[in-house]
Design a protein around this ligand. Structure first.
Ligand code: KIV
Length: 288
């Protein structure tokens, strides 16, 4: 099967008859292999890395080096899916030169596209990255890098003006050349307006069923993160509970002397054992 590319994703609009896009986050090679074998279209090496893998309270803590390290791990799995590297906070806010250099760092690590958060105020950054031949995925709505500006993780676009701003932002991102747009934490009705307003696919997370695709965070989808379940998450596995149970079984077996069994142990052959005086003539001689 052919490698999924930014242009092939760009063409996948549901109203044109395409299937909805499936995107998940992944942060390492095993995660990328799981997503790829499951037939996922896009793997996002998201800055959610900060929270679900590195244990921080928000996404503001990861750097370009962190993102490149994990993008490279995902890319080493050589997935068929499109690999998108997330530009972290402050990697595209200082200057256009730094923005392009940071996007290139993620591409050199193995990403085939980058994602950045924000609407019209990011148009220059998006244009500069695209000018360097790097495809850009947009991200609107409850953009987690704006946590402090929003005053918390709050659903966006509930009021008329804010909803219309989101539509205008999405149209501007499409015009700037984004090949797809993530819509996060916005009302279903607003996501539908945005999706209708653009010809590039929208990919929703907490944005209702009318987007052109859906994305979930790896650890939420599989039940590895089980401390909080946001309203928009559906758990398709209980890997954390399964892992705890498996490790508890291991601990019990070790403590009861049931692990390892003979079949799980290496053994010397007769000559090697005899050379060490463990049995046979040498052992008999020693015990005499
Ligand atoms: O970092 C991330 O995981 C994301 C998704 C929620 C879209 O940006």
């Amino acid at each position: 099967m052919a490698k999924i590319t930014a242009p092939s994703v760009r063409a996948q609009k549901v109203r044109a008859g395409a299937e909805p896009l499936v995107m998940v986050t992944a942060y390492d090679a095993p995660g990328a292999r799981i997503a790829d074998e499951a037939g996922v279209d896009i793997v996002l090496v998201g800055d959610s890395l900060a929270m679900v893998v590195l244990g921080y309270d928000d996404t503001l803590q990861v750097t370009v080096d962190d993102m490149a390290h994990h993008t490279a791990a995902v890319a080493r799995a050589k997935p068929r899916c499109l690999v998108v590297g997330d530009l972290p906070w402050m990697s595209y806010h200082v200057s256009l030169a730094e923005t392009v250099r940071n996007a290139a760092t993620l591409v050199r690590a193995g990403a085939q596209a980058v994602k950045l958060e924000g609407g019209r105020k990011r148009l220059e950054s998006i244009a500069a990255i695209i000018d360097a031949e790097i495809p850009v995925m947009g991200h609107l709505g409850l953009t987690p890098q704006s946590l402090h500006a929003f005053g918390g993780f709050k659903v966006q676009g509930r009021e008329r003006d804010a909803a219309l701003e989101l539509v205008d932002d999405a149209v501007a991102l499409e015009e700037a050349g984004c090949f797809s747009i993530v819509l996060e934490g916005i009302p279903d009705e607003v996501a539908r307006m945005v999706t209708d307003a653009v010809s590039v696919p929208t990919i929703g997370i907490g944005a209702g069923p009318h987007c052109d695709g859906q994305v979930l965070v790896f650890h939420d989808l599989l039940g590895i993160e089980d401390r909080i379940t946001p309203k928009f998450v559906r758990r398709y596995g209980s890997i954390k509970a399964d892992a705890v149970a498996a490790m508890a079984d291991f601990a019990t077996d070790v403590r009861n002397g049931r692990f390892p069994a003979d079949a799980e142990s290496y053994h010397l052959n007769d000559a090697q054992a005899e050379a060490l005086g463990l049995y046979g003539a040498a052992a008999a001689e020693r015990s005499a």
